[in-house]
Design a protein around this ligand. Structure first.
Ligand code: GLY
Ligand code: MN
Ligand code: MN
Length: 318
């Protein structure tokens, strides 16, 4: 493990018992990596390796400039890009990881429970996002797992509407999508509510119920042995059959853990087979441009025969 002097002490503590060696890198990290790639530097003794040496790297993360630098240094070593190698290793969570994800999920649930009763006409989206992040931190989060989305009124039709200065009005749909980081692990959560207590129109309730039905169909159908594509279809089918398929264009869900988006996905393009210990979001949505949008997102873990919903917040339209 390479790190710079700022993190040495903490890294040493965290690596205790891990079997990893720790080394401080030079200000230019890739120079240190390049030195380590040189045969005969003590790290790779010359004599012991007669056959070709091969180093794997994450092809979806190393930028071209660093790759060029490394290939010039790494004489006699073949650099082999392996996209998704670590992603795959990370897809099944250990019991310790699962415990931390559950902690992050419950911090988010609790924060939402404190925040939603405070949401009222006249607040800005940014104020709601700030309240939510503040409560998550008070409950032990080190921060937000991504920039909090608060999208209200017609802006709720933006699947990733970053919170802005719009003033909430009674009858608005409000989508809040946020999450916490607790001990390095992420949660991800979305609820849609109506501001000010009164629906503006019955269609809000109808579409909400449709999105909820899509989520519930997914929660009762997810299990080990099906593919990410089949998992996606569990919810997508419900929305398509009601005629709103073209208003639900993102994947139904994704894994998460150390990062907010991990593999595998629940999407029409995912052939990965789901397995016990994978953690996934289930987040169907409907977005009608100019009118508004609805999304409901929970985090689940795949169990021996189905899935367990880790998110506990209320799901009736509030
Ligand atoms: N917060 C981004 C997502 O739900 O995937
Ligand atoms: Mn989310
Ligand atoms: Mn998500």
């Amino acid at each position: 493990m390479l790190t710079d002097f700022r993190y040495l002490e903490q890294a040493e503590q965290e690596l205790t018992g891990s079997g990893f060696a720790l080394k401080e890198h030079e200000p230019e990290m890739w120079k240190t990596v390049g030195d380590l790639l040189e045969v005969g530097n003590g790290f790779i003794p010359r004599r012991r390796y007669r056959q070709e040496l091969r180093w794997g790297f994450e092809g979806d993360h190393l930028v071209e400039k660093d790759y060029r630098f490394l290939s010039e240094r790494a004489r006699g070593i073949r650099l082999i890009p392996r996209e998704g190698l670590l992603a795959e290793m990370r897809s099944i969570k250990s019991p310790e990881e699962l415990m931390l994800i559950k902690k992050a999920v419950s911090v988010t649930d609790e924060a939402w429970g404190r925040v939603w009763p405070q949401i009222k006409p006249g607040l800005t989206e940014t104020e709601v996002a700030a309240l939510f992040e503040y409560e998550q931190r008070r409950l032990g989060a080190s921060g937000a797992s991504f920039e909090t989305i608060v999208a209200s009124g017609p802006r709720s039709a933006l699947p990733h509407g970053i919170a802005g200065q719009r003033l909430l009005q009674a009858g608005d749909l409000l989508v809040l999508d946020g999450g916490a980081v607790v001990d390095g692990y992420c949660s991800d959560f979305t609820r849609t509510i109506v501001v000010g207590g009164e629906l503006r129109e019955q269609k809000q309730q109808e579409l909400y119920d449709l999105v909820l039905a899509a989520q519930e169909a997914t929660l009762s159908g997810l299990k080990p042995g099906i593919t990410g594509r089949e998992g996606d279809a569990l919810g997508r089918r419900v929305i398509e059959e009601a005629g709103y398929g073209s208003y639900f264009r993102h994947g139904l869900g994704h894994s998460l853990g150390l990062a907010i988006h991990e593999e595998p996905r629940l999407s029409p393009r995912t052939e990965t087979v789901l397995a016990q210990g994978m953690v996934l979001t289930v987040e169907p949505g409907i977005y009608l441009p100019g009118w508004g949008g609805i999304r409901i997102e929970d985090v689940v873990v795949i169990t021996e025969s189905g899935c367990e919903d880790l998110t506990g917040s209320e799901k009736r339209l509030t």
